[in-house]
Design a protein around this ligand. Structure first.
Ligand code: FE2
Ligand code: FE2
Length: 157
Protein backbone atom coordinates (compact mmCIF):
# COMPACT_ATOMS: atom_id res chain seq x y z
CA UNK A 1 0.00 0.00 0.00
CA UNK A 2 1.24 3.49 -0.81
CA UNK A 3 1.24 6.24 1.81
CA UNK A 4 -0.21 9.68 1.43
CA UNK A 5 2.81 11.98 1.34
CA UNK A 6 1.27 15.32 0.48
CA UNK A 7 -1.36 17.56 2.02
CA UNK A 8 -1.95 19.28 -1.33
CA UNK A 9 -5.61 18.72 -2.19
CA UNK A 10 -5.05 17.40 -5.70
CA UNK A 11 -2.41 14.93 -4.51
CA UNK A 12 -4.54 13.90 -1.55
CA UNK A 13 -7.48 13.21 -3.86
CA UNK A 14 -5.26 11.35 -6.34
CA UNK A 15 -3.77 9.22 -3.56
CA UNK A 16 -7.21 8.35 -2.26
CA UNK A 17 -8.57 7.43 -5.68
CA UNK A 18 -5.56 5.24 -6.40
CA UNK A 19 -5.97 3.51 -3.03
CA UNK A 20 -9.68 3.03 -3.61
CA UNK A 21 -8.95 1.50 -7.02
CA UNK A 22 -6.64 -1.00 -5.32
CA UNK A 23 -9.31 -1.76 -2.71
CA UNK A 24 -11.94 -2.19 -5.42
CA UNK A 25 -9.66 -4.79 -7.04
CA UNK A 26 -9.19 -6.68 -3.77
CA UNK A 27 -12.96 -6.60 -3.18
CA UNK A 28 -13.61 -7.86 -6.73
CA UNK A 29 -11.23 -10.79 -6.17
CA UNK A 30 -12.85 -11.69 -2.86
CA UNK A 31 -16.38 -11.31 -4.26
CA UNK A 32 -15.59 -13.57 -7.21
CA UNK A 33 -14.08 -16.16 -4.88
CA UNK A 34 -16.99 -16.32 -2.44
CA UNK A 35 -19.48 -16.40 -5.33
CA UNK A 36 -17.99 -19.70 -6.49
CA UNK A 37 -17.91 -22.10 -3.55
CA UNK A 38 -17.04 -25.50 -5.08
CA UNK A 39 -18.89 -28.67 -4.16
CA UNK A 40 -15.60 -30.59 -4.20
CA UNK A 41 -12.06 -29.39 -3.57
CA UNK A 42 -13.14 -27.05 -0.79
CA UNK A 43 -9.83 -27.40 1.11
CA UNK A 44 -7.95 -25.49 -1.58
CA UNK A 45 -10.81 -22.99 -1.96
CA UNK A 46 -10.79 -22.36 1.82
CA UNK A 47 -7.04 -21.91 1.86
CA UNK A 48 -7.32 -19.27 -0.89
CA UNK A 49 -10.20 -17.60 0.98
CA UNK A 50 -8.07 -17.30 4.13
CA UNK A 51 -5.22 -15.80 2.08
CA UNK A 52 -7.52 -13.28 0.36
CA UNK A 53 -9.18 -12.22 3.62
CA UNK A 54 -5.82 -11.94 5.41
CA UNK A 55 -4.36 -9.79 2.62
CA UNK A 56 -7.50 -7.65 2.44
CA UNK A 57 -7.59 -7.09 6.20
CA UNK A 58 -3.90 -6.08 6.24
CA UNK A 59 -4.46 -3.66 3.37
CA UNK A 60 -7.52 -2.09 5.01
CA UNK A 61 -5.65 -1.65 8.30
CA UNK A 62 -2.86 0.22 6.52
CA UNK A 63 -5.32 2.18 4.41
CA UNK A 64 -7.33 3.43 7.37
CA UNK A 65 -4.18 4.23 9.34
CA UNK A 66 -2.92 6.32 6.41
CA UNK A 67 -6.27 8.10 6.08
CA UNK A 68 -6.18 8.98 9.78
CA UNK A 69 -2.56 10.18 9.75
CA UNK A 70 -1.84 13.91 9.77
CA UNK A 71 -0.89 13.71 6.10
CA UNK A 72 -3.93 11.59 5.24
CA UNK A 73 -7.18 13.17 4.11
CA UNK A 74 -9.30 13.48 7.27
CA UNK A 75 -7.10 16.13 8.90
CA UNK A 76 -6.97 18.36 5.77
CA UNK A 77 -10.75 18.02 5.42
CA UNK A 78 -11.23 19.21 9.01
CA UNK A 79 -8.74 22.04 8.60
CA UNK A 80 -10.55 23.27 5.53
CA UNK A 81 -14.11 22.63 6.72
CA UNK A 82 -14.34 22.40 10.55
CA UNK A 83 -18.12 22.22 10.24
CA UNK A 84 -17.71 18.72 8.76
CA UNK A 85 -16.41 17.32 12.06
CA UNK A 86 -19.47 15.08 12.45
CA UNK A 87 -18.88 13.59 9.01
CA UNK A 88 -15.24 12.95 9.87
CA UNK A 89 -16.16 11.47 13.26
CA UNK A 90 -18.64 9.18 11.51
CA UNK A 91 -15.96 7.92 9.10
CA UNK A 92 -13.52 7.39 11.98
CA UNK A 93 -16.13 5.43 13.89
CA UNK A 94 -16.82 3.32 10.81
CA UNK A 95 -13.09 2.54 10.60
CA UNK A 96 -13.28 0.98 14.08
CA UNK A 97 -16.44 -0.97 13.19
CA UNK A 98 -15.13 -2.20 9.84
CA UNK A 99 -11.81 -3.31 11.34
CA UNK A 100 -13.66 -5.14 14.08
CA UNK A 101 -15.82 -6.94 11.51
CA UNK A 102 -12.73 -7.75 9.42
CA UNK A 103 -11.03 -9.22 12.49
CA UNK A 104 -14.11 -11.33 13.25
CA UNK A 105 -14.49 -12.68 9.73
CA UNK A 106 -10.73 -13.37 9.40
CA UNK A 107 -10.79 -15.39 12.62
CA UNK A 108 -13.92 -17.20 11.51
CA UNK A 109 -12.70 -18.24 8.05
CA UNK A 110 -9.38 -19.38 9.53
CA UNK A 111 -11.34 -21.84 11.70
CA UNK A 112 -13.47 -23.34 8.91
CA UNK A 113 -13.00 -26.79 7.43
CA UNK A 114 -14.17 -28.23 4.11
CA UNK A 115 -17.09 -30.08 5.74
CA UNK A 116 -18.58 -26.87 7.24
CA UNK A 117 -21.09 -26.33 4.43
CA UNK A 118 -23.52 -24.21 6.45
CA UNK A 119 -20.81 -22.26 8.25
CA UNK A 120 -19.07 -21.50 4.94
CA UNK A 121 -22.38 -20.28 3.49
CA UNK A 122 -22.97 -18.09 6.53
CA UNK A 123 -19.42 -16.67 6.47
CA UNK A 124 -19.74 -15.86 2.76
CA UNK A 125 -23.02 -13.99 3.32
CA UNK A 126 -21.52 -11.91 6.10
CA UNK A 127 -18.38 -11.29 4.08
CA UNK A 128 -20.49 -10.05 1.18
CA UNK A 129 -22.31 -7.69 3.54
CA UNK A 130 -18.99 -6.42 4.92
CA UNK A 131 -17.57 -5.84 1.43
CA UNK A 132 -20.68 -3.87 0.56
CA UNK A 133 -20.30 -1.75 3.73
CA UNK A 134 -16.65 -1.05 2.83
CA UNK A 135 -17.60 -0.07 -0.72
CA UNK A 136 -20.18 2.34 0.72
CA UNK A 137 -17.62 3.77 3.16
CA UNK A 138 -15.10 4.43 0.37
CA UNK A 139 -17.76 6.08 -1.80
CA UNK A 140 -18.68 8.33 1.13
CA UNK A 141 -15.03 9.38 1.45
CA UNK A 142 -14.72 10.10 -2.27
CA UNK A 143 -17.80 12.33 -2.11
CA UNK A 144 -16.41 14.17 0.91
CA UNK A 145 -13.03 14.79 -0.71
CA UNK A 146 -14.61 15.88 -3.96
CA UNK A 147 -16.92 18.25 -2.08
CA UNK A 148 -14.21 19.77 0.14
CA UNK A 149 -11.40 19.99 -2.39
CA UNK A 150 -13.41 20.51 -5.56
CA UNK A 151 -12.04 24.01 -6.11
CA UNK A 152 -8.45 22.82 -5.72
CA UNK A 153 -8.53 19.53 -7.58
CA UNK A 154 -7.20 20.12 -11.06
CA UNK A 155 -5.57 23.43 -10.14
CA UNK A 156 -2.64 22.07 -8.15
CA UNK A 157 -0.09 19.50 -9.11
FE1 FE2 B 1 -11.84 5.21 5.38
FE1 FE2 C 1 -10.77 4.91 2.17
Amino acid sequence: MTTCVSTKPAKTAAWMRNEHRIIAGLIANLSAHIAAVPSIGRDEWLSTLVQLVTRFRAHMRGHMKAEEADDGFLTPVLQRRPTLSREVDHLLHEHRELLSLLDQVAEEVAGLCAEDVLLIEDACHRLQHLLSAIRHHEEHEELLVTFVFSQDIGTED
